[in-house]
Every structure is written in structure tokens, then in C-alpha cells.
Design a protein around this ligand. Sequence first.
Ligand SMILES: O=C(O)[C@H]1O[C@H](OP(=O)(O)OP(=O)(O)OC[C@H]2O[C@@H](n3ccc(=O)[nH]c3=O)[C@H](O)[C@@H]2O)[C@H](O)[C@@H](O)[C@H]1O
Length: 431
Amino acid sequence: MPSLEEELFPSTPGKFKIDRAHSMNRQFHRCFASTSTMFLWALFLIALTASYLSFQSFVDTGSKYFAASWGGLQWEKQVRVSSQIRRSGGMSVLVTGGAGFVGTHVSLALKRRGDGVVGLDNFNNYYDPSLKKARRALLESHGVFVVEGDINDSRLLEKLFDIVAFTHVMHLAAQAGVRYAMENPNSYVHSNIAGLVSLLEACKSANPQPSVVWASSSSVYGLNEKVPFSESDRTDQPASLYAATKKAGEEITHTYNHIYGLSITGLRFFTVYGPWGRPDMAYFSFTRNILQGKPIKIYRGKNRVDLARDFTYVDDIVKGCLGSLDTSGKSTGSGGKKRGPAPYRIFNLGNTSPVTVPTLVSILERYLKTKAKRNLVDMPGNGDVPFTHANISLARSELGYKPTTDLQTGLKKFVRWYLSYYGYNHGKPVN
Ligand SMILES: O=C(O)[C@H]1O[C@H](OP(=O)(O)OP(=O)(O)OC[C@H]2O[C@@H](n3ccc(=O)[nH]c3=O)[C@H](O)[C@@H]2O)[C@H](O)[C@@H](O)[C@H]1O
């Protein structure tokens, strides 16, 4: 029986030639097989390298992961122009959280008096980003450029310090909100811990080093019961993760002051409110609900005691921020090395006259000419403290800080802004 080979290649007088051709064919197949194996290996290695590189760019949050939204000649020019100082003895300030509530007001005030200002904001969606974009439009109409980027992007920070020798950093970027920390704890670690360290690293390496003024919080007093709250009171009993990250910020900034000679001023803000405010805060969400005829929840403390806050109007806070920048004193380090001791300061910025939450609601009802549907509920154990009350004597003597706006006056300005921003006419929405 002929073999398969013989069937395909029957024996003929020219068998030698056929055999030779067959063996060449086999060599070719073997060679082809090894080439295709090599090809497959090469493909495998390319795929491995590509996935390694993309993994690197994902984990390396300080570089490639953020790189898309900034850079280019036009962008650099906008940064440079915005940072230009237009008064003698002026400063150039990097304002992080530049499109935020306090960031917008501080940036406008600095620009107005002739300082150079560059904003930095990641426009995250913790609350409606369209409000942040509207604030950016307002800033741009006053010549303040807001860079879109994250404080965790160390390459961006390095680039900004390459372009501008910032004299000061006003660090206001943060994950705010006391109660949201139970929903999204990691966002507090990302912004208030990792982001802060990333920013301080950039500041300590910059040449010259800027002076840093940053927003801590009244919440660091936590369960402290001694009133009014003074800077020397204990702050080791935070009631929320938000408070704990702000307290950690105070310790972290201290180490950068101690090791690298960075000038540091931490400002403990007390429940700041006003036009262009944060929609997650009570006075803002109450206004929205009252106008929409929806009920509001008013928390009550133990034994049905009303909660109270030392509500502070944003223009007063701005004065405290500018006073801090003006008196901050220089950082002493250079090339990442300390050359001498630098100032480390902490101040309360409050109003010194706490008001209960039901009173806040009554004031809003009056300006909105609408009764609130009040729903009184016991304070859930979600990080709130029963009251806050600032002692501001240190800020008064060191910064010339003197709040002048009471809650009635401040809320009147807020309501006027709210109605015009959201298109209400005589209390009715404009269609
Ligand atoms: O000083 C600070 O360091 C912080 O101030 C602000 O926190 P708070 O003082 O908690 O302000 P805010 O939420 O307006 O609640 C005000 C009052 O209304 C009560 N409250 C709140 C919501 C609600 O639905 N009902 C209610 O009764 C509530 O129980 C409270 O008694 C900032 O958000 C925070 O980022 C931080 O900067």
C-alpha cells in the first residue's frame, strides 16, 4: 500500500529531485514555524511592554495620568500674564482651589489690588461643576487664569513653579464638607492629605520657596467644650474624618516648616458663607429647598438643644487671608534645604457671635418671603459638633483681622446673589 507520501509524491525517474524538493520544503516549514514562533514572542513582548507602560502611567499619578489638560505655549503665556504683578511691593500668588468658593473671592481681591494671581482647580463634581465654571468665567473677566489640574499632579506643580517664581501659595483646594466624609472617605485622603503633601513637596523644592497660607478648619476643635475656641485649646478629639484630615494637615505643614524652612500660616475657617457659596452647605441648600417648597431637615443636639455655628461672611474671611499673606514672612530654604527658622502660625478666622441653625432659617424665611417646611430631627452621629465659637484675639493682633458682617447682613447679600444667579424675579423663577 503506498504511503501517503508516495501517494502525494509517486515514485518516478526524477525521484531524487522530488526528494530534494521535499526536504527543502520541510526545512522551509521548520524555518517558517520558528519564524512565526519568534513573531508570536515578539508580539507577546510588545503587548507586555505596552501594558507595563500603561500601568505605570496609571499608578504614576504625579505625571502622565494628569498630563492631558495642561501645557503648550499658549497655556504658558496665559499663566505668565495672569501672574504679572501690577503694584510696587506686590506678590504673585498661586491660589489652589481657585474656582472654589473662597478661592474665587480671594483671587478677585488679590487681582483688584494689583497682585499677580494664578488659580488651580480640578473642577471635580463634589457639587455642580457648572457653578465652578461660572466662577472661572468671572475670574477670567478680571484677568485671572485658572489652570485646570489636580494638586496631586506633581509635574504640573513643577511646571507652574518653572514658569512663575510664586512668592506665595494660598492653598484652598480641599475636599470640604463634614458629613460627606462618611460617604467618600478616600476623597478626603486624596485631597487633604496626599494633595497637601504633593503641594508642599513642590513648594519646598521651588527656588525661591514661596510662603504658604492654607485653609484649616474650625472642625479641628472637635469635641472641645471650652468656649470660645482659642488656638491653644486641645485639637486631639476630631469628630469627623474631615476634621481629622485638617488636623493632620496642621501636623504635616509643621514638618515642612521644621525640616525645609517653609513659612506656614494655617487658618481655621468657621463656617464660611456668602455669594458664590457652596451648594452643599446648610444655608445654601436650605435656600434652594425653601424656594422649591421642599422640607428642610434641621438637626438638634442632645436634649433637643439647637445647634449653633459661628457663621463667618466670606468678605471677612478674604480680609483674614490677605492679612495672612501680607504678614506671612519669608520661607528660608532653598534647593530643598532649610537655611534658618521660618514662621509657623495658626489663626482662628471666625465671626465671634454664634447663631443657632433655627435662627439662620428664620432669617432666610424673611429674605425669601417664604415659610420653610421645618423638619426637626436628632443630630445623626455623622461628624457634626453641637456648636462652634471663635476667639479671634490672636488674628486681630497679628493680622489686623476684624469681622464686620453679621449674619443678617451677610445672608441678605447671599440671597440677593442667589436669586439673580439662579434667575429668580421677585422670588419667582424666571422661565
Ligand atoms: O467651619 C468649618 O470648618 C466647616 O464649616 C462647614 O461645616 P458646617 O459647620 O457643618 O456647615 P454646614 O454644613 O453649612 O452646617 C451648618 C449647620 O447646619 C446643620 N445642618 C446641616 C445640614 C442640614 O441638612 N441640616 C442641618 O441642620 C449642621 O448640623 C450645622 O450645625 C463647612 O461645610 C466645612 O467644609 C468646614 O469648613
